[in-house]
Design a protein around this ligand. Sequence first.
Ligand code: LLP
Length: 448
Amino acid sequence: MTRSRAATRAAPDRPPATAGRDGPAPRAPAFAWTPQGWACGGVPVAELAGRFGTPLYCYGLERLIGNYAAVARAFPAPAVVCYSVKANPNLALLAELAWAGAGFDVVSGGELRRVLRVAGTAARTVFAGVGKTPEELRQAVDAGLLMLNVESPGELDQVLELARGATSAARVPVALRVNPDVDARTHRHVTTGRRENKFGLDRAALPAAFEALLRSAGARLAGLHAHIGSQVESARPFAEAVERLLEIVQDARRAGHAPEWVNAGGGFAVAYDGRPVPALEEYAAAILPPLRAENLKPVLEVGRAIAADAGALVTRVLYRKEHGGRRILITDAGMTDLLRPALYGAWHRIWPAHQPPDGPGPLAAYDVAGPICESSDYFAEERELPPVAAGDLLVVFDAGAYGMSMASQYNSHPRAAEVLVSEGTPRLIRRRETFEDLVRAEEDAIGG
Ligand code: LLP
């Protein structure tokens, strides 16, 4: 495997101050320096690591909910802000977000069941996903969703068939996910709105979809949907996508529909490396006015901007060694815990838990590598850090989104524990997996 990851780019020489893009109402960061070291929600991560072990995902509840509230402020009612469950599906986090008033964006039957488990209703849930199975569609039709996002002609046929037999008096609210052919100018693995991407319906397929929905007694066109990508570092592609969606709304109206909703998707960026990203209000300024002018209600699907900076991965340095002219730290967490650096070359701030943000110097370049038998298992290469020794804890910041949710058990590594800290009180929200968890689904085959 080549080592061409963007993670190799020079680290900025600055402390891991939890950068923000707070807009008008600043939120306290989830992680802050204290005399006892870096702390999550006021509790030193060293204390959390001592109590719950490592690798450990730590989340600050006030930051998580503050982030949701900031999005909800930027996109006030009648907009519905749906938290993208895929970013972090932990039940405790979902329950807190439901309590705070969030809707949900789900992409599988499993995510839908998580939402139903904590919220008891799917009335503020939208269901996207390019490959829903017949079983998932049945679940979706029966769930009482805000909208079922349909992404292909074949899927629409199935939904209309299921809706025909649906017991509910209400017609199934369908949103057509269109491929707006807008370039979100983000990493190619997280861009979704180009014509060549697999997502959504091609515009050429829309007239037939409008026609089929018009004839259906069991389903109705409730809205239109587009999601252009993730970590979209400019508001302009959203304005372009909304423009395309409004053209399509006009087409739908001409065809005899009265869609109420436009779902502009998600993808608001996070300042991982400290470079500024647009304020939520800038995204809102690109999305909301054209929708208001057309009397359409917005839906947003927001994952990263709510969960990322609320969480960090805490890992212990197992070994420190030097070879090939490199200083290498081997940590107990790896790509099985946080895949983003290996998969996308993603850059996460890393800092020793016991070192203040401004020192002590001198900084030296370290490779931070995991224990997994893959040469892409690096969190960072040639990263400038203060002195680090075996046994030290490292904090990998901004890992609350697409961290634990993409974790695997590769190399038979049980997945990490997760802890949620609120007002200085930690709560274990996912216990560390055990060997028994690893083999449970296989044991029947070997008997005993
Ligand atoms: N809506 C849809 C239809 C999506 O596919 C996604 C993300 C979102 C909303 C939420 O996007 P967000 O606001 O979180 O950017 N694993 C990658 C990100 C993949 C995103 C997939 N879809 C990463 O770690 O960067």
